[in-house]
Design a protein around this ligand. Structure first.
Ligand SMILES: [Zn+2]
Ligand SMILES: [Zn+2]
Ligand SMILES: [Zn+2]
Length: 201
């Protein structure tokens, strides 16, 4: 695949289902945004926060039909509330019926990533996802959101390892909005609305 921006060659990343330009870092995709393995449905309205990789404005979207995320059109990465992430992983690993993916080595370069939280602008923690799959994710301890790159969730869902028993509930449910604390301390207030509440909505 050739880069649409600079016409240079792109490198295929089979583990994350995307191409990336060797020259300008632009992402390229062969699957549609609504591919069933990791489907996004972009909705109206912008949360007023920018992609930590591409620095373009994020858009609200539904992931897997119901999980509210702030989505980047360019790289397909997204912001998700951590409790929602734990719940969607639980649900999707529990009901996954395909074959387990072949384990891949951890990408050591990704562990050196330093991303700024799109929501509260603190530096996010970069760490291996503690569950199945060799996936590096970025999470913000300040405001309770995580940043996932494209196909990391699909990789976690397909990874070999113990799966939650049918009918079980996640250990970490999505955090109730009221537990977040006082409105005035909410680092995610945007024009009188809390981004976190919007992500849980
Ligand atoms: Zn390029
Ligand atoms: Zn992006
Ligand atoms: Zn944050």
């Amino acid at each position: 695949m050739q880069c649409l921006d600079c016409q240079q060659e792109m490198r295929w990343n089979p583990h994350r289902n995307h191409h990336r330009c060797l020259s300008c870092n632009k992402f390229g995709f062969e699957t549609a945004v609504d591919d069933p393995a990791e489907p996004f449905e972009v909705s109206d309205g912008s949360p007023g926060v920018a992609c930590p990789r591409c620095h373009v404005g994020l858009q609200f979207a539904n992931l897997h039909g119901k999980w509210r995320v702030c989505f980047c059109d360019e790289c397909r990465g997204y912001v998700i509330e951590k409790g929602c992430l734990a719940t969607v992983i639980h649900e999707k690993r529990m009901t996954y019926q395909g074959e387990d993916a072949v384990p891949t080595p951890m990408n050591q370069v990704e562990l050196k990533d330093r991303l700024q939280c799109p929501a509260c602008l603190e530096t996010m923690e970069t760490h291996p996802y503690h569950g199945p799959g060799t996936v590096v994710i970025n999470s913000c301890n300040g405001c309770g959101v995580a940043w996932l790159d494209y196909w990391e969730l699909a990789a976690i869902i397909r990874a070999p390892g113990r799966r939650p028993p049918r009918g079980s509930s996640p250990i970490v449910p999505a955090r109730p909005v009221v537990d977040f604390g006082g409105r005035e301390r909410d680092p995610l207030m945007r024009n009188g609305l809390s981004l976190l509440n919007l992500l849980l909505g």
